[in-house]
Design a protein around this ligand. Structure first.
Ligand code: GLO
Ligand code: MG
Length: 347
């Protein structure tokens, strides 16, 4: 049977089925209990789940309760034939993370962030994954003078080292974002993250997860950051989505703003053999607030479908023709060829 996912493995996290609350208004849909949500994955063509630590078990549960809770979730995954791709400590909601996590000015708050991350590693291992994602949401400032921006870089490296040492098998995937919730983040792009990866105790276990919208918010074409990370063998996961210019982080469906930019990403991923070493195609997309309860999964199935359609376009391209156009430096014709293919009007 032909593989409906064309060789890729798709994932998303429970937060992608949000009830629609935003900064200006409360939820407009019912929360979907995880036991029901998990049944949607396979039906939508998805293979695995991404979690925050507290999507699995509440952050304040004790050790025994946590273990039992994690085992329960693992059984639920197994029953559905799903795997856990990664876990991420939610280091931005707790009162001890108000001033940042690893870069907080308070030593006891910094310790909390490291302990919570270690606990998240344990949760991940019990769910069968070595992948720990660090989205460093509050590692930055509202005003430059609030913290020491030079020391902050070192504090992040020290924290990563503590986690690498805690579990000799853990792989740490750094997810960059230039702003929001902070005015300015210390490590705003994937390239910054890759820079510090090499200064950690074990660079072979530190890579990146690149989110399209975050690269766009930094003024970059996500495919450029992806290609850079691939060259370093450090593109270990992606959060594909889209973003309409420099505003709040919109998490729009993949390809929904700029089809050409979405194509660039699929072209880079597909041609580099992304996924062949177990990397997943994750989506970090939000339903619109206007979306009705019954349509709550459409942004996810659409994102997956747009991705697969773009894979078809990439695979349909004539490599020799592209080579010839490169040789003759006829990039105008190459552009016409690509845009034609994207519009289904290949000539
Ligand atoms: C927010 C981030 C967030 C992370 C998630 C996993 O802007 O994209 O959704 O991806 O917390 O770390
Ligand atoms: Mg993300």
């Amino acid at each position: 049977m032909a593989d409906a996912n064309k060789g890729y493995r798709f994932t998303f996290g429970p937060w992608n089925l949000s009830a629609g609350a935003d900064m200006f208004g409360p939820a407009v849909r019912k929360e979907i209990p995880f036991s029901r949500m998990i049944k949607l994955y396979k039906r939508l063509g998805f293979d695995g789940v991404q979690f925050h630590d507290d999507d699995v078990v509440p952050a304040d549960w004790g050790a025994a309760e946590t273990q039992r809770g994690v085992r329960r979730v693992k059984r639920m995954l197994d029953n559905e034939g799903l795997f856990c791709e990664l876990v991420a400590p939610r280091l931005w909601e707790h009162p001890k993370t108000i001033d940042g996590a690893f870069t907080s000015n308070s030593a006891s708050d910094r310790r909390y962030a490291i302990e919570r991350s270690k606990r998240t590693i344990d949760i991940g291992r019990a769910l069968g994954t070595k992948n720990l994602v660090l989205w460093l949401a509050r590692e930055g400032t509202y005003i430059r003078e609030a913290k020491d921006p030079v020391a902050a870089v070192g504090a992040i490296v020290d924290a990563i080292n503590a986690l690498l040492e805690y579990d000799p098998d853990v792989r740490i995937l750094l997810e960059a974002k230039p702003n929001e919730p902070m005015d300015s983040s210390y490590l705003p792009t994937a390239a910054h993250m890759i820079g510090i990866a090499y200064r950690t105790a074990d660079p072979s276990r530190v890579g990146v997860l690149i989110e399209s919208a975050h690269a766009i918010l930094a003024g970059l074409d996500p495919s450029e950051e992806m290609a850079y990370a691939i060259w370093h063998d450090k593109l270990w996961s992606v959060h594909l989505n889209d973003q309409n210019g420099l505003k709040f982080d919109e998490d729009k469906a993949f390809g929904s703003v700029d089809l050409r930019r979405a194509f660039n990403q699929v072209w880079v991923l597909e041609r580099a053999g992304y996924g062949q070493n177990g990397e997943c195609v994750g989506f970090d997309v939000k339903p619109m607030r206007t979306t009705k309860q019954a349509d709550i999964t459409k942004h996810l199935s659409n994102s997956r479908q747009f991705f697969l359609d773009l894979v078809d376009v990439v695979r349909s391209l004539d490599g020799e023709r592209i080579e010839k156009l490169r040789r003759s430096r006829d990039y105008a014709e190459l552009e016409r060829y690509i845009l034609g293919a994207l519009m289904g009007r290949e000539r």
